[in-house]
Write a protein that binds this ligand. Structure first.
Ligand SMILES: *Cc1c(COP(=O)(O)O)cnc(C)c1O
Length: 382
């Protein structure tokens, strides 16, 4: 049995609220045959449309968020296709890897994980590489706590006839996404980040232009699980799921979406306020926030690990002595930043405050110099 009453302040998976946990225990049916489940699934998709502000088709796939990234690339990109990949983060680079795996040729823009990509550099790359078919960009590249200017990039891709594939797994709706206003073609989400449901589901929206690009392919989409045209034909066309949907997880997601919609615009405002106060606390304590000012996400704060501090030792101590979990990072940021996830259920004053108090204490225990109390700085900045 795992211990209870611990604080999981990581940037996904997050804590899970009671109403979601209880929804997971709803009585089961046969989700392939019961029309009530099909209706529930449709409602969940329409709630995602509301959260992302889109009229595009929405699907919920059985697989953690990475499935959506791979399915989008597998379904859009054909061997030899040029794809612009914004690579200023770990997930951004991962997209370029998917493009290579499916035979595409990535055109890379941006390598600095601490800065948002420059829309002018994206436009220049599109001009210098005629014939680019699609573009991948990560809204919140979580390992660096960085937010890319998707509101500016979407219209650029749209104007150039490039299919945009946007990873909003760790942003929406803490950092809101306006998919139609921003002209996004494929938006990708996951259940375990800002929506605070358990991991296991991919959410995605597909614009008419993105469907058309898939239907214009000269080679068939390789594979089945990553083939979005199977969903178009079977689910959207015939009302039949291509394979049994994970019913209980979808009940949990439905409850999580209800909570988001009930909170309305206050949801992202709560995230903005908590993120700003967390960053203020970090800075007044003499620590550094990793991304440049103005490019920080609302959902996660990446703190540069001070010289001499032992990343793993601090996080182990925080967990074992105080029952608080924060995250380290990945790729070239491994050992360089700590990440406090304040997304969804984690974006609550009392949770972040407890986390920062424990961090104050853990730094003191391990002799890591912190100039002022993070918890006090957070409260003062709220
Ligand atoms: C979490 C996340 C995903 C899904 O990846 P996992 O690490 O397997 O959960 C995809 N994109 C971004 C930006 C994420 O933060």
């Amino acid at each position: 049995m795992l211990p209870k009453n611990r604080l999981i302040l990581t940037p996904g998976p997050t804590m899970i609220e009671e109403e979601v946990r209880l929804a997971l225990a709803r009585p089961a049916t046969n989700p392939n045959l019961d029309p009530a489940f099909a209706a529930f699934y449709r409602e969940v998709c329409s709630k995602i449309q509301q959260v992302w502000h889109t009229a595009s088709d929405v699907l919920v796939l059985s697989g953690e968020g990475i499935l959506g990234l791979e399915a989008a690339v597998a379904s859009v990109v054909e061997p030899g296709d040029k794809v612009l990949c914004v690579t200023n983060g770990v997930f951004g680079e991962g997209f370029a890897d998917f493009v290579r795996r499916y035979g595409g040729e990535p055109v890379l823009v941006g390598g600095d994980y601490s800065r948002p990509v420059d829309p002018a550099a994206v436009e220049a790359a599109l001009r210098q590489n005629p014939g680019i078919k699609a573009a991948t960009v990560v809204h919140c590249d979580t390992p660096a706590g960085l937010l890319n200017p998707v509101a500016e990039l979407g219209p650029i891709f749209h104007r150039c006839g490039v299919i945009s594939i946007v990873d909003a797994v760790a942003s929406a709706p803490g950092d809101p996404v306006f998919a139609d206003e921003w002209k996004l073609d494929i938006v990708l989400g996951g259940s375990q980040k800002c929506l605070s449901a358990p991991p296991g589901l991919t959410l995605l929206s597909v614009s008419p232009a993105a469907w058309a690009a898939m239907e214009r392919r000269t080679s068939p989409i390789p594979g089945f699980y990553v083939n979005l045209l199977e969903w178009k034909k079977q689910w959207l066309g015939e009302g039949v799921f291509p394979y049994t949907p994970p019913e209980s997880d979808i009940y949990g997601l439905g409850a999580a979406l209800d909570a988001v919609l009930a909170e309305g615009p206050a949801f992202s405002e709560r995230h903005r306020r908590i993120a700003a106060a967390t960053r203020a606390a970090v800075r007044q304590a003499g620590l550094e926030v990793y991304p440049v000012e103005g490019a920080e996400a609302n959902t996660v704060t990446a703190v540069v690990i001070p010289d001499g501090a032992d990343d793993a030792a601090l996080r182990r101590h925080l967990w074992e002595k105080y029952g608080v979990m924060i995250a380290g990072s990945w790729g070239r940021l491994a050992g360089r930043v700590w990440r406090i996830g304040h997304m969804g259920a984690n974006a609550r004053v009392e949770r972040v405050l407890t986390c920062l108090l424990a961090l104050d204490q853990a730094c003191r225990d391990l002799g890591i110099p912190v100039r002022a109390s993070l918890a006090a700085g957070f409260l003062a900045a709220l």
